[in-house]
Design a protein around this ligand. Structure first.
Ligand SMILES: [Zn+2]
Length: 172
């Protein structure tokens, strides 16, 4: 899977208006032929799921310049992506779902229960306390560096441009 982000603009993908400090806007992820493409929209241009290939979206806010930057978007965004990827048999989508599961375990949203083998495939069994249910996630047996690379691409895609701001901020 490829991730694409419109790095050229830091404003609305529809009207090109730049976002100001503390402005609320919508970030949307589109699944176009197995490429995730992120586009941001101002509140007046956003009208929900207007396009058929919308995969996931979330509302966000431009942080104040004097406030510390939030490292990651709300875990709800990851949960939403995790749920939407369920049942998808594309290998990259399955890899992504697994990586998101690991992230949500780290964030203590899910608990790892066990490993399960079924028809030659391995699954991790998770417990989701909030809904009191178990979930089964295909384990693609990724190498550590593959997990890291997917995680960093994913967080860049979801957090841009604020992640870059934070990196700059940490450098001084
Ligand atoms: Zn707009």
């Amino acid at each position: 899977m490829e991730w694409k982000i419109n790095k050229g603009s830091s404003g609305c993908a529809s009207c090109n208006k730049g976002f100001c400090e503390e402005e609320e806007y919508y970030s949307a992820l589109f699944d176009e032929n197995n490429n995730f493409i992120r586009r941001d929209f101002c509140a007046s241009c956003w009208n929900g799921s207007k396009e058929g290939d919308l995969f996931s979206f979330w509302k966000t806010k431009v942080p104040r310049k004097d406030k510390p930057v939030q490292r990651f978007v709300n875990t709800d965004v990851f949960l939403d992506m995790f749920n939407r990827l369920e049942g998808n048999s594309e290998i990259q989508q399955r890899n992504l779902r697994y990586v998101i599961a690991l992230y949500l375990i780290r964030k203590k949203i899910f608990k790892l229960r066990s490993l399960n083998k079924q028809g030659g495939e391995e699954f991790i069994v998770l417990y989701y306390p909030k809904e009191d249910r178990e979930l089964s996630v295909f384990n693609p047996n990724l190498k550590e560096e593959e997990i890291e690379s997917i995680t960093s691409e994913m967080s860049q895609l979801l957090n841009y441009p604020y992640l870059e701001h934070e990196v700059l901020h940490n450098a001084d």
